[in-house]
Ligand binder design. Structure first.
Ligand code: NAD
Length: 519
């Protein structure tokens, strides 16, 4: 009987597995106002990073589906670009309210697919929501310029006009904020939008699309395709797409910038980072250590503005033991568990890469003061967890300093003076963000003026600008010449028409042809 029972148990198990595979949700495409199932033969699994269980599947959209999405954008552009600016503003006013009303649901989805803690996931939505709120000022943001009487009876004025179909390619680490940097800015200016979310976290973008539809966005104004390289190449090559916003790694961002620009498109590429926190010995110790720990290990270090490198100046090097104590206090757990501070990394490959970069530091002579490589999380033994890790005695030639780690790892360098610290920061190729911790105004001013980094915090560890400013990462962290959101975002998504007009009284008309250049 035992064999028979084993046989039946096996059958039941297979039935259960098949049932659970079939019942796993599939991510839809959003084409022409409809959420449609892809006909693609190629699908990717979506995992919960805290357990590595498969929680859904996302298609690699077929060529025909991608064409249908762009065609829908192109058709919708004719009417959307002519829609009154007040009508577009009303849609985004409703949209910001719908996002607010659904912030908890969006956050749950982010935690499930991306892993970050629920509180942090709400922050992710909130920072994107602020951009949507800012789009509601479009009636002021899109104003042109006028100059009357540039010569007799002649006035010049400019219009800001939309540019056409725009596209966004998003990374995994901010499933709400970064798509919300993209399509609301593009659309409110009168463009239509094709979005390709990260294939690892597509759910949140789909919910954002549904809310936008509920807010009244007409069919075709936003289309969503899924996929990887083919979808990216399609976006870079399709002639109807006039502009591409990309956020992600340097490898992809450089490639997209080159390929898109060669095809005559505007491209803005926000890419990787290595952000330094310079700690002066006169800094407020309590505040500084807490800020450093929060900014290095929050979101498991998977933020492009994470403070992943500390530069301790002079006597501040003696603060290391206390820094380690504070980092030890953080709780590593699944993002939906109460009290979790540090969630899992996105994938087992990301975990392996982070662990190997820590090991490379050890091999090159650095010291691991706090080692999160063997962290165990009860009930989530299969998750991609790495605990807070602090690596000291790091020098600029080490691999763990040169590469973006993108995990909960703080590498620590030492400097004898502020000048030496500035040299270190400026020698690093990335220019996304940095912070100085000091109580000395002159040191802060010197740092902000001499450091070649696009976003600087003074006693502020993650200086991501609010949307009335722009996200101004620089050097190897950015390709393009017009940044994301704020005034620069409006510039990116509009082109200028300049009108020069002359209205003369009938009797002042020219008596003969004017063949010389008008002066
Ligand atoms: P990623 O580059 O792997 O993926 C980003 C997007 O590009 C995805 O949609 C993906 O499908 C696509 N893609 C990936 N590899 C590609 C390739 N070889 N060719 C063409 N397309 C490709 O980035 P990620 O891992 O999702 O995100 C993490 C990276 O994003 C980090 O480097 C981080 O610093 C960076 N980031 C930068 C900012 C910023 O504002 N500077 C913000 C967030 C994240």
């Amino acid at each position: 009987y035992l064999d028979q029972i084993t046989f039946y148990v096996c059958c039941l198990r297979s039935c259960y597995t098949i049932f659970s595979v079939l019942s796993q949700s599939t991510t839809k495409l959003f084409i022409d106002g409809k959420f449609v199932e892809s006909k693609s033969p190629e699908w990717l699994d979506i995992h919960n990073p805290a357990t590595n269980e498969v929680i859904g599947r996302v298609p690699k959209a077929t060529h025909e589906e991608m064409l249908a999405a762009v065609d829908s954008c192109s058709r919708a552009y004719h009417t959307w670009s002519e829609t009154s600016i007040l009508a577009r503003q009303q849609i985004f006013l409703r949209y910001q309210q719908l996002i607010k009303d659904n912030i908890k649901e969006l956050a749950k989805l982010i935690t499930l697919e991306q892993g970050k803690t629920l509180a942090d996931a709400e922050g992710d939505v909130f920072r994107g929501l602020q951009v949507v709120e800012h789009t509601c000022s479009i009636t002021s943001l899109m104003l042109g310029e006028t100059l009357p009487s540039i010569t007799k009876d002649m006035d010049t004025y400019t219009f800001r006009m939309p540019i056409g179909v725009c596209a966004g390619i998003a990374p995994f680490n901010f499933p709400a904020m970064i798509p919300l940097w993209m399509f609301p800015m593009g659309m409110v200016c009168g463009n239509t939008y094709l979005l390709k979310p990260s294939e690892r976290v597509p759910g949140c973008a789909m919910m954002l699309a549904k809310l936008l539809q509920d807010a009244g966005a007409p069919d075709g104004t936003l289309n969503i395709i899924h996929g990887q390289h083919d979808a990216v190449n399609f976006i870079c090559d399709h002639p109807a797409i006039k502009a591409i916003s990309f956020v992600g790694s340097n490898q992809a961002g450089e490639y997209i910038y080159e390929r898109g620009s060669k095809n005559g498109k505007r491209v803005q590429s926000n890419m990787g980072a290595k952000n330094h926190g310079v700690v002066m010995p006169d800094a407020n110790k309590e505040n500084t250590l807490n800020q450093l720990v929060g900014a290095a290990f929050g979101a498991a270090g998977q933020r492009c503005m994470a403070l992943s490198t500390a530069v301790l100046v002079g006597e501040a090097r003696n603060w290391l033991p206390e820094l380690v104590e504070r980092a030890k206090g953080l709780r590593v757990n699944a993002g939906d568990q109460p009290g979790a501070d540090v969630g899992p990394l996105i994938s087992p490959q990301a975990k392996e890469r982070v662990n190997s970069l820590i090991q490379s530091g050890v091999d090159e002579g650095a010291k691991v003061l706090l080692d999160g490589r063997n962290v165990k999380v009860k009930g989530y033994e299969n998750g991609n967890f790495v605990g807070p890790t602090i690596v000291s005695n790091v020098t600029p030639d080490m691999k763990c300093y040169k590469e973006e780690i993108f995990g909960p790892v703080l590498v620590v360098l030492e400097a004898d003076s502020l000048d030496d610290a500035i040299k270190i920061v400026n020698k690093n190729p990335y220019g996304n963000g940095t912070a100085i911790f000091t109580t000395n105004g002159a040191a802060a001013r010197k740092y902000t003026h001499e450091v070649d980094v696009g976003q600087i915090g003074v006693n502020v560890p993650i200086p991501v600008p609010l949307p009335m400013f722009s996200f101004t990462g620089s050097r190897a962290s950015f390709r393009g010449d017009t940044n994301f959101y704020g005034k620069q975002g409006i510039q990116f998504y509009t082109q200028i028409k300049t009108v020069t007009s002359q209205w003369k009284a009938e009797d002042a008309s020219l008596k003969s042809p004017a063949v010389t250049m008008p002066t």
